[in-house]
Design a protein around this ligand. Structure first.
Ligand SMILES: *[C@@H]1O[C@H](CO)[C@@H](O)[C@H](O)[C@H]1NC(C)=O
Ligand SMILES: *[C@@H]1O[C@H](CO)[C@@H](O)[C@H](O)[C@H]1NC(C)=O
Length: 346
């Protein structure tokens, strides 16, 4: 039983319970380098321990997004939901420690509701084994990024895609499978990514000739067009790009107009660069009407959201807002719609 004081407010424990090799791949051995409170599913499960994590996640899964949300999405004029999943969903109900089972049933329910309300589902592999970026949302155990560094790791990820495509191929709501969210360069090399995208694409095609296959551009790539030729050769392939005016200190002092200009000029041109006549379809798979402007008015936020929808509306596969619900109002599309900040029907 290991216990690490991560900071004043949180404790991370490792309760693996079996004998340990004390190797880097041992889930009971990790150095916590980025914890500010428990973040990401690995740290939540590991921090609570399996016994406590199970009811906490079950409660979250059964209360946070419910059937009413699918009705709301449909009535709002949206046509699809992008649902992030972790690689351990493929070994539900008994995933490897520290993860807990139950996410697969939750995805099953989402498909049922999507079918009921005539919505498409984009299954988005948001966390791959080893983590394709060091952030909490890829379930990195400690800020490390090891995805794609071996053939076995890539093969394991393809298995997850095969499992998901096989399970949902018959659903009329299966719109797309996104093979991997936000792999980060240079840790995720272009070579391993192309190998994986080809094998993942084939795994989806084994089960469905209709489903779109979405391939995320690499974060921090020196060349946003690096996947176009490859993906352009694959029927119903889609390139995913994410646009935020956050996560870069350049935006810290931007005014309302500077943010809007950046969308209309820089992101518009970035999107044109990847949207080619004979190339893959394009998808702005994440954006949000949040910025670094303090105390913006409702009108300013409406202008900002509209500018983004105008520009991202040129993506040939569409766009998705991050996210549907959030404690921070601007990050919650539901709140933005219900309070008149975002309007889809005009
Ligand atoms: C944004 O676009 C403008 C106009 O083309 C250009 O001058 C500027 O360098 C771009 N900014 C970035 C960060 O690329
Ligand atoms: C924003 O509003 C808060 C609370 O009303 C206020 O304390 C703060 O000074 C404002 N900031 C700016 C930059 O106007």
């Amino acid at each position: 039983h290991l216990e690490t004081e991560a900071n004043k407010d949180s404790t991370v424990t490792a309760d693996y319970g079996k004998s340990t090799s004390w190797g880097d791949d041992d889930p009971s051995v990790f150095a916590v380098t980025r914890v500010t409170g428990l973040q990401g599913e690995y740290q939540i499960c590991n921090g609570y321990g399996t016994a406590k994590a199970k009811p906490i996640l079950k409660n979250h899964w059964s209360t946070y997004i419910v059937e009413d949300d699918f009705r709301f999405i449909s009535e709002s004029g949206l046509t699809a939901v992008r649902i992030p999943v972790g690689w351990w969903i493929a070994s539900d109900p008994s995933p490897p420690a520290p993860y807990v089972g139950g996410s697969l049933q939750t995805l099953d329910k989402a498909f049922k509701w999507a079918e009921e309300y005539n919505l498409g589902v984009i299954i988005d592999l948001h966390a791959a084994p080893g983590s394709q970026n060091p952030f909490e949302h890829s379930a990195s155990k400690d800020g490390s990024q090891d995805w794609g560094t071996s053939a076995a790791n890539i093969a394991q990820t393809v298995q997850v895609i095969d499992f998901l495509a096989s399970r949902y191929a018959a659903s009329p709501s299966l719109l797309a499978v996104e093979l991997l969210n936000e792999p980060l360069a240079p840790g995720a090399s272009l070579e391993s990514l192309k190998t994986y995208y080809q094998d993942g694409y084939n795994a989806v095609r084994k089960h469905s000739s209709e489903a779109y296959v979405i391939m995320s551009n690499r974060l921090s790539s020196p060349d946003p067009t690096e996947l176009l030729e490859f993906a352009g050769g694959l029927p119903r392939a889609v390139i995913d790009v994410h646009y935020y005016v956050l996560f870069n200190s350049m935006f810290d002092t931007f005014t309302v107009q500077q943010n809007i200009n950046f969308i209309k000029t820089n992101y518009s041109s970035a999107l044109s660069t990847v949207t080619k006549q004979d190339g893959p379809l394009t998808f702005v798979g994440e954006w949000v009407a949040e910025w670094q402007v303090p105390n913006a008015t409702k009108e300013e936020l409406q202008m900002f959201a509209n500018a983004q929808m105008d520009v991202y509306g040129k993506a040939t596969f569409g766009w998705a807002y991050w996210t549907l619900k959030n404690v921070n109002n601007h990050w919650s599309m539901e709140w933005m719609i219900k309070n008149g900040y975002i309007s889809l029907k005009n």
